[in-house]
Design a binder for this molecule. Structure first.
Ligand SMILES: Cc1cc2nc3c(=O)[nH]c(=O)nc-3n(C[C@H](O)[C@H](O)[C@H](O)COP(=O)(O)OP(=O)(O)OC[C@H]3O[C@@H](n4cnc5c(N)ncnc54)[C@H](O)[C@@H]3O)c2cc1C
Length: 321
């Protein structure tokens, strides 16, 4: 029987593995995709807003060319941290069930079944997009993920949202020759947009090179046009692609199924803020999955400490026995 099974091989799952290894505990990390799957699926052009030392895990230096790393450097870093420490990671193996039985856990995947005394859930929030729930959302031209701006050159692109992701998509596709229209629910560009990006988008909107509808909602998507509800009434514009950058959410069904209580309003899981243990004894949460619908509250910078908190608690329990 393992001391710990870690679900999710993102930066925080790997950080938990490093901490468990240091403490001499037996463990396996089980990841449904490739190593650091979420980062792999980020836009190819992305630059982290954090400086590299704030993304370090297990005390391993993250050396980068510029003070803010790009996606490729982060992929390189987390892979090297995992491989040079010989962390046991099983990839492309999705965990489908976690059941507590006789004081330990049975964890099932499509390939195997594991038994562990403790389980750490570090499954992030990047797998499930927040849907618009409007007609036409299932058309192939509607994207919730964005890889590369070149694909959208000379196309009419509607970007829904005003968070960092939406604004990055709007600016990058505009600079590759797309005709960009932003549809923003609020009266202004999102307040959390990076301070060095905000003037760029505000000036593009002001000069009219990016069109923005504020206090507006996308109402329907058809193959060659979209309907936008604006304060001036319904507007229909020609359209080739819709980039629905409306955020992502943790897999709440999975959390509920394995017995974790969620708050009624924002689906925030119940957990001890000192140990990260949930209402199910021996079941821990690590990383951005702890935020419920408030996914902006947690990121690598401020959640990497969960690894030491959890392993400290598990070691403390073992010492008490
Ligand atoms: C564009 C962008 C830029 C960002 N920039 C920064 C930044 O500058 N600084 C910062 O600190 N944060 C940043 N973040 C946030 C940060 O990248 C995430 O918070 C980070 O990935 C969280 O790490 P995690 O390990 O908690 O979750 P994730 O990296 O999402 O890892 C979770 C893993 O669990 C796996 N998984 C899910 N379900 C299962 C299952 N059932 N079975 C097995 N495996 C499963 C997933 O495939 C995934 O690999 C950014 C995010 C985005 C989208």
């Amino acid at each position: 029987m393992l001391d710990i099974l870690i679900i999710g091989g993102g930066p925080i799952g790997i950080a938990c593995g490093l901490a468990a290894q240091k403490a001499g505990l037996s463990f396996v990390i089980v990841e449904k995709g490739c190593l650091v799957n979420s980062l792999y699926n980020y836009p190819s052009t992305m630059t982290f807003f954090s400086t590299s030392e704030k993304l370090e895990i297990g005390g391993v230096p993250f050396v980068t060319n510029s003070y803010k790393p790009v996606r490729a450097e982060a992929l390189e870093y987390y892979r090297r941290v995992a491989t040079s420490n010989h962390l046991p990671v099983n990839l492309f193996e999705e965990v489908t069930g976690v059941k507590k039985e006789d004081g330990s856990f049975i964890i099932t995947t499509a390939k195997a079944s594991y038994r562990a005394k403790n389980v750490i859930i570090s499954t992030g929030f990047y797998d499930i997009p927040v849907k618009l729930n409007i007609p036409g959302e299932d058309l192939p031209k509607v994207k919730h993920y964005y890889q590369d701006p070149n694909y959208y050159a000379l196309q009419k692109v509607v970007v829904v949202g005003s968070s960092n992701s939406a604004i990055d998509v709007a600016l990058e596709t505009y600079r590759k020759g797309a005709e960009v229209t932003l549809v923003i629910r609020g009266a202004d560009v999102g307040e959390r947009v990076k301070y060095w990006i905000r003037p760029d988008i505000m000036n593009r909107i002001k000069e009219g090179s990016i069109k923005a509808y504020f206090k507006s909602n996308l109402k329907a998507i058809r193959q060659y046009e979209v309907d936008i509800e604006t304060p001036e009434g319904l507007v229909t514009i020609p359209n080739d692609f819709v980039m629905a950058m409306t955020g992502y959410q943790p897999n709440f069904e999975f959390l509920k199924k394995i017995g974790i209580k969620l708050s009624e309003d924002r689906f925030v899981p119940e957990y001890n803020h000192t140990t990260m243990e949930t209402n199910v004894a021996g079941l821990y949460l690590a990383g951005v999955v702890v935020g419920g619908m408030d996914t902006h509250l947690w990121f690598i910078e401020n959640s990497r400490i969960h690894a030491d908190m959890i392993i400290g608690d598990i070691v403390g329990k073992v010492e008490k026995l």
